[in-house]
Design a protein. Structure first.
Ligand code: G3P
Ligand code: CA
Length: 369
């Protein structure tokens, strides 16, 4: 699986020089050196457009679609267990009813968390936080952990920190695991308990001041958090630039409409929290640019390998334009075989193989959706 932090997206009309107007932070400077953009992709509640939110099926879907992270919501049961669910009641996303804080872990574990989404997911369970950490700790995907309504669960910050420590996930590890909340006091509390973990402040319309993310907010948030993740409608280019001036990284939520992707990337955001990680899977033409970028970065791709791989991608792109799913999948499988041969013949490096192979798999998954 490709390293979880990098993604390249070609936007042909995107040529901007922020530096004329704003001092560049390291984040924005690295992103605009040419027309290949690195954008972090976060599967909201997993790949929740395709599987029941906040379940293992949804998190696996985010892995399959090559997301860099999946996001989840943590809450606490009556008997003090951490479970994954968005709403504070089980009513919408299970066949049960009642508040999470009034139900025991065992009671919640009996519920069906899949059928409401589609009968094919019948029997999907509400995952515990433990279970998720166990399953994905060593996977090549990060986890964006939201403390959901922590004011309802006194002590949840310590519990989450303890679970992360127990799993040796309390070091930043290149920001692979991040804790965020709309409740900024809770984020500060968590930061004091576990300063080694990166944290994020979520900003909805309720947290903003008259629809504005002010410099005062940014100054305060930057003293305890690395990330500020706002509702997409609170952002414009000026706000994103101000966020970067405070050395904060910004991942807006929740993108459900593909049109928003380009708009937000044009603003200079660092990541996109989306129900549809496939929106950011590069198409075959973009994969050709990725090959050029890898060569520029000094990665091994022999001349013949470069020619053959790009030629193959040209024909895949032709079938993409025709929306010929069978042919796209067939030729992407051919592309994977070509990668294998070139790896065996040492015409491409292991890193190139792994990046392109993962992109190829993700592209196939996208066409299978
Ligand atoms: O991570 C951002 C997003 O999850 C915040 O909104 O309501 O989906 O938890 P919500
Ligand atoms: Ca959430």
């Amino acid at each position: 699986m490709r390293k979880f932090l990098s993604r390249f997206l070609v936007l042909s009309v995107f040529v901007v020089s922020f530096s004329i107007f704003f001092p560049l932070t390291s984040v924005s400077a690295s992103k605009n050196s040419n027309n290949l953009i690195e954008t972090t992709v976060i599967g909201h509640r997993g790949g929740s457009a395709h599987a029941p939110e906040n379940t293992i099926a949804a998190f696996d879907k985010a892995v399959e679609l090559n997301a860099d992270y999946f996001e989840l919501d943590v809450q606490m049961t009556k008997d003090g267990e951490l479970i994954i669910m968005h709403d504070t009641t089980v009513d919408r996303t299970t066949d049960g009813s009642g508040k999470i804080k009034d139900l025991t872990f065992e009671e919640i574990k009996q519920l069906d968390a899949g059928s409401w989404f589609d009968p094919s997911f019948a029997g999907e369970k509400v995952p515990s936080f433990e279970e998720v950490l166990d399953r994905y700790r060593d996977e090549d995907i990060g986890i964006l952990i939201e403390l959901k309504d922590p004011e309802l669960y006194p002590g949840i910050e310590q519990k989450v920190a303890d679970a992360l420590i127990e799993h040796n996930m309390d070091e930043s590890n290149n920001d692979k695991w991040i804790v965020q909340s709309f409740n900024w006091e809770s984020v500060q509390k968590f930061h004091e308990i576990l300063p080694s973990m990166p944290t994020g402040a979520l900003v909805g319309h309720g947290e903003a001041e008259d629809g504005e993310i002010t410099n005062e907010m940014l100054e305060s948030i930057s003293s305890y958090a690395k990330y500020i993740n706002p509702n997409k409608s609170l952002l414009d280019k000026n706000t994103v630039d101000r966020i970067h001036q405070y050395n904060l990284t910004t991942w807006p939520y929740t993108i459900k409409d593909e049109e928003w992707v380009d708009r937000l990337i044009d603003m200079g955001v660092d990541g996109i929290i989306t129900d549809n990680p496939e929106f950011l899977i590069p198409n075959a033409k973009q994969m050709k640019s990725l090959i050029d970028k890898l060569i520029k970065e000094g990665e091994l791709i022999g001349e013949k390998a470069k020619h053959d791989l790009k030629l193959h991608l040209t024909s895949v792109h032709h079938y993409e334009k025709e929306e010929n799913t069978d042919k796209v999948i067939k030729h992407m499988n051919g592309f994977k075989s070509l990668l294998e041969q070139n790896k065996e013949n040492k015409q491409i490096s292991d890193k190139v193989y792994s990046i392109l192979y993962d992109h190829a798999n993700a592209l196939i998954q996208k066409w299978k959706l």
